[in-house]
Design a protein around this ligand. Structure first.
Ligand SMILES: [Zn+2]
Length: 114
């Protein structure tokens, strides 16, 4: 499961940052995972429960923001939102589009207790 590996890396980063900030507990972790990453929030929550036990992030709330994919048509310049499977330009029907958003995957911020 892709999300377990992902959460392992996330936990490493947030724990390190939390320690440096003198935290005793991480209460909330906020992630941004665009729809194009195909990351499942429920699977991430499960991974956090499984991997977070015994760490500073035990019991932390996970919030996953999922920006919708957005593309720009390289033929006519039109910008539009779409789902994971449809990126044809609605104006000129070109398939030559450039993905502007939807593939981002990063830790936005977190809340800690000192
Ligand atoms: Zn177009």
């Amino acid at each position: 499961m892709h999300e377990l590996g992902l959460m392992t890396g996330i936990l490493k980063q947030v724990e390190q940052a939390a320690r440096e900030a003198g935290a005793v507990r991480i209460t909330c972790i906020r992630l941004v995972a665009g729809e194009m990453t195909e990351v499942l929030p429920e699977a991430l929550e499960f991974a956090l429960e499984a991997l977070g036990a015994g760490t500073l992030a035990e019991g932390a709330t996970l919030v996953v923001e999922q920006p919708r994919p957005r593309s720009r048509c390289t033929q006519c310049g039109y910008e539009f939102e779409h789902d994971r499977f449809h990126w044809m330009c609605p104006v000129c029907q070109a398939l030559a589009t450039e993905l502007l958003a939807g593939r981002e995957l990063y830790i936005k911020d977190m809340e800690i207790e000192r």
